[in-house]
Design a protein around this ligand. Structure first.
Ligand SMILES: [Fe+2]
Ligand SMILES: [Fe+2]
Length: 299
């Protein structure tokens, strides 16, 4: 059973200033199965350490390209806050990837190569000479970031409202994903505002969502299968992996695919969609106020 939302009764704090928190996580000594007895849930969540650095550095590079074209000072300020948070997320997950997953002897290079190919090659800025084509290409990438950020906000909301604590999950890993998840909730409106500012198009939004769903689904399926095969403490077939993932989702340790790829995607398709309704800023801000890593963050 998922626990009830903890801060639903609180008043939304309204617009918050988006700024990076210089956190540090000591992951030494944390077992690979950081949710005890749940290797599939542990590995699926750990997988995000592999994909996030490349994806978030691509967000940062794209926003640095777009920022000089923004004339709205409020939006530009939000974008600078977003860039600071995403750059910190990328560096932090990169460090955890090296100290934790690679430290446990998991060879993540084949997965890293695939992720790098997607973000550094396939989604790189176009080399076309035509300025109109270059701008259209930027619009497409900004809408893809907005679609991915819809899911990072949904996953951030999940991180704050799941059953990890009830199953004795490692508190440092829980704080890592809840700190990141809370900042995703905190800045969830930025990418949608940016894409709308540059090119307000329902068709672009839907097209980007199709690609975002395919990327996220493919990444989770491929990555989970790869990590399960690489994990020396687990031996299971593809069908057992899927059944275990479904069982872990029912236990509130992983998001349910039906909700993640079904209901959450349909929400994004609504013409009047706004990111405000998919999570609680009050809950995210309250978590960050008490997060051990965020409290100890260097200014
Ligand atoms: Fe992030
Ligand atoms: Fe984000």
């Amino acid at each position: 059973m998922l626990r009830p939302r903890r801060f639903e009764h609180e008043i939304d704090p309204g617009p918050v200033q988006i700024q990076a928190r210089r956190v540090h996580f000591d992951v030494s000594g944390i077992p690979l199965h950081w949710i005890p007895g749940h290797p599939v849930a542990s590995n699926v969540v750990s997988l995000f350490n592999v994909v996030l650095p490349a994806a978030e550095r691509w967000f940062v590079a794209t926003y640095n390209e777009a920022l000089p074209l923004v004339k709205d000072p409020r939006l530009a300020e939000d974008m600078r806050g977003f860039i600071g948070q995403e750059a910190t997320h990328a560096d932090t997950h990169d460090q955890v990837l090296r100290q934790y997953l690679i430290g446990h002897g998991i060879d993540v290079q084949p997965l890293l190569d695939q992720v790098e190919f997607v973000f550094q090659k396939s989604l790189a800025p176009t080399s076309a000479a035509d300025p109109r084509r270059r701008l259209n290409h930027l619009y497409d990438r900004l809408w893809l970031i907005a679609a991915i950020e819809h899911y990072t906000a949904v996953l951030g909301d999940f991180s704050l409202n799941n059953a990890w604590d009830d199953h004795g999950a490692d508190p440092t890993m829980v704080d890592l994903f809840r700190w990141h998840g809370s900042e995703e909730v905190e800045h969830r409106h930025v990418a949608h505002d940016v894409a709308t500012y540059f090119h307000d198009s329902y068709l672009d939004r839907i097209r980007a969502m199709g690609l975002a769903v395919a990327l996220l689904f493919g990444f989770i399926q491929r990555g989970a299968r790869y990590l399960t095969a690489a994990d020396p403490g687990v031996e299971m077939s593809w069908s057992t992996l899927q059944l275990t993932r479904i069982r872990d989702s029912k236990a509130g340790l992983l998001p349910r695919f039906r909700t993640l790829f079904g209901a959450n995607t349909l929400t994004y398709f609504r013409p009047g969609y706004t990111p405000e309704h998919i999570a609680s800023t009050a809950q995210a801000v309250a978590y960050l106020a008490g997060s051990p890593a965020a409290r100890a963050a260097r200014p």
